[in-house]
Design a protein around this ligand. Sequence first.
Ligand SMILES: Nc1nc2c(ncn2[C@@H]2O[C@H](COP(=O)(O)OP(=O)(O)OP(=O)(O)O)[C@@H](O)[C@H]2O)c(=O)[nH]1
Length: 211
Amino acid sequence: MSESVRRMLRAKLVVLGRDNCGKTALCVRFITRRFIGEYEHKREVNYRCQKIVDKEAIELEILDTVNKDCVGAAASSLESSIKWGDGFLIMYSVTDRSSFEAVSRLKRLIDHVKQTLGIPTVVVANKCDMENGRVVRTDEGQALASDLRCSFFELSVAEDASSVEAAFGQLVREVRQEFQRHLLAMDKRSRMLQMRHALKNKLTRSKTMQW
Ligand SMILES: Nc1nc2c(ncn2[C@@H]2O[C@H](COP(=O)(O)OP(=O)(O)OP(=O)(O)O)[C@@H](O)[C@H]2O)c(=O)[nH]1
């Protein structure tokens, strides 16, 4: 397989989280490096951009989801977004405990839809600039992310563009690692199939020679 095929050139990332936690602000900050206070955003938006992560270029599609009550059509739309994605960023606001409580539910949904554990997922706690309104402590976020086996970032989209870059950078890194693991598993499987085929040929030949 050529080097360019073995490198991941594109990745599809999905941003999930309760309403108002800062998903759109996060995507816009990552893509443009700017923070724009208010967003008119009541539907899913798919952004495309090119980024360099660990000195390697990657084309990203980033799906900014809308979190409605997860029933009926909204639930199936969320599930198809999850099926589509290679990596997930689950966000909550440190000023909204219900958004924190939604994180485990969303992670369980990812595991259920993908039918496997270890899907690249990063947990992001937003709005840490609002210390006065904080209702979720940093150590609670860290403990939850560690239970879910996810990387964890606490940041303020409003105040810190570099932490936003770091969170997306980590997700891209994990998606690339998963892609490499998948390639290795495929290589191993194809080597085993070749060996099985060669063995079968050898057995057939030796039987023919006996007769
Ligand atoms: N103080 C502060 N406010 C923020 C921060 N990030 C986002 N906000 C504000 O939080 C509000 C919600 O941000 P959005 O990005 O629209 O949140 P969302 O999760 O996309 O919301 P929905 O579209 O309803 O799902 C806006 O008023 C933002 O300006 C932050 O880091 N600090």
